[in-house]
Each structure stands twice: as C-alpha cells, then as structure tokens.
Design a protein around this ligand. Structure first.
Ligand code: DGL
Length: 273
C-alpha cells in the first residue's frame, strides 16, 4: 500500500459478498467516496459462505471477481469476511487488479484501540476456524490475547430483521458469555451482517467495550488506496451504483434499505457463467 491505480480511474469500484451483508461496506464506501461508481455483487444463490469448505469459498470468490470484471471494475473489495479469510491470496494470484479484504483493516484498528490488550472476534464458523483475524492481530502485536466465537444464528436473525428483539439479546448473551469472562475491551464484528446488531451487542457487552466495524475500516483503506485527493474528485459527477445478485432480486430489494440506509431503485439478476 498504496497500490497505484493509474488506468481507468473513472471505472467503478467492485464489491462482492456472499449476500446482502456487504451492503454495509457499500454504505461506508458511499460515505467515504461519494463520487465513485460502485458495482456490488451479492451471491444470494449460494449464501451462506460461513458454513462452506475452503474449496467452495475459493471457487465462489473467483467466480464473483469474474462477474465484477465483466463490469470493468478498477479494483475489488472483498466485503465478505469468510471470502477474505480463505480466498484473498488466491484471488490476488489469479487476477491482476488490486483486491483488498476486510481482515487486515479490522485487525489493525482493533490493535490500535485496545487498552487492555484483550480482543474478541465474532464471525462465521469458517472465519473463526481460519484464525485469520487472530493471525493478523498477532502479526501486529504478539502480546495481545485473542478470543473468538462463531455466531451462526446472527446472520438469519439479521436477514429476518430481528435486530432488536429479546430473542436476539438472549442469543447474543449466550454467544458472548466467554468474551465477558475474558474481559475483552475491543470486539471485532467479523461478519458483514453484524454492524446491524451493534445496538444489541453494546447492550450485552457493555458500553466500555469498543466495537470494530470492518466496513468502516475498509472504506478508509479504499480511499487511501485510490489516493483520493481533491484533484481526483469529480465534483459534478453523479455516482452510479449498480446492484447485482445471483438469485431472485425481490428479497434483496426488501432488505437492502436496512443495510444500505437508502432505498435501491434497481437490482439486476446476474448469473455465474
Ligand atoms: N458475508 C459473510 C461474512 O462476512 C456472512 C454470511 C455468510 O455466511 O455468507 O463472513
């Protein structure tokens, strides 16, 4: 870093996720880079990735990049934590454009802000099993103590819109019991769906525990990567945001507003070839 993107500066930023969750990353990109075009691909036909094998996750991730390339993206943001954990090095070997994932930016922020050097990670089972967050944290500071917990029920709860129900709090209490005993002061939300549970999670872990939203951190990194200086800002240009999914767009359409904060006018179905 920074990787220079000399050509096609005006081409869109490509973002993919296993489904809807990556829209939390698009929301932050829109905030940080309001004049950039974005193409989002949600692999809704094959979500969830968090319970799949490494082979499947790598194969799906490669196919997702290929779809984004058809839309002439200038770089790819792997919004999915599970894909970032398993596929990032292989994607970088396989494609020649800049590709960045969410693990490094989230881990870096956590290392920066922890005061007692005890960090918790919540994520899908696959991301937790990959230990990528822990490895990155220990690469930056080997003295930090890390604990991780897979929270597979959080994804369906968020997709159902049950972000503030009692049942969600009860499940969160159960999942985060060990984190509280471990006395973490920083919690990485290692899944694209979890930023929508921030309020519930705060209630459970207490207001003194800092929550790290990888979506925010990666958006800052993208901005840096694009060397987003004043001269590159196309002030009069209205950005184009394109949303593609691999299955029926209706469900995506309904929930997208929750993740993105604004309504999406059009969602297109786009099949893998
Ligand atoms: N997008 C996935 C992630 O960030 C969560 C959903 C899934 O299991 O596919 O890890």
């Amino acid at each position: 870093m920074p990787i220079k993107i000399d050509q096609n500066r005006e081409h869109p930023i490509g973002v993919f996720d296993s489904g809807l969750g990556g829209l939390t990353v698009v929301r932050e990109l829109m905030r940080e880079l309001p004049f950039e075009d974005v193409v989002y691909f949600g692999d809704t036909a094959r979500v969830p990735y968090g319970t799949k094998s490494k082979e499947a996750i790598v194969k799906f991730s490669k196919e997702n990049v290929a779809i984004l390339l058809r839309h002439k993206v200038k770089m790819v943001v792997v919004a999915c934590n599970t894909s970032s954990s398993f596929a990032l090095p292989i994607l970088r070997e396989s494609f020649s454009l800049p590709i960045i994932g969410v693990i490094k930016p989230g881990a870096k922020k956590a290392v920066e802000i922890t005061r007692n050097k005890r960090i918790g990670i919540i994520a899908t089972s696959a991301t937790v099993n990959s230990r990528e967050y822990a490895k990155e944290i220990h690469r930056l500071d080997p003295t930090i103590k890390v604990t991780a917990q897979a929270c597979p029920l959080f994804v369906p709860l968020v997709e159902e819109g049950w972000t503030d129900r009692q049942v969600t709090l009860t499940i969160a209490e159960e999942y985060l019991k060990n984190m509280k005993q471990f006395k973490i002061d920083t919690l990485i939300l290692g899944c694209t769906h979890y930023p929508l549970l921030k309020a519930a999670l705060k209630k459970v872990v207490g207001k003194d525990v800092l929550l790290i939203d990888s979506a925010k951190e990666i958006a800052r990194d993208v901005k840096q990567l694009l060397e987003y200086t004043k001269k590159n800002r196309l002030t009069n240009k209205k950005p184009k945001h394109t949303f593609l999914v691999s299955d029926e767009p209706k469900h995506f359409h309904l929930l997208a507003q929750k993740f993105l904060g604004t309504a999406i006018k059009h969602v297109e179905r786009c099949d893998h070839v």
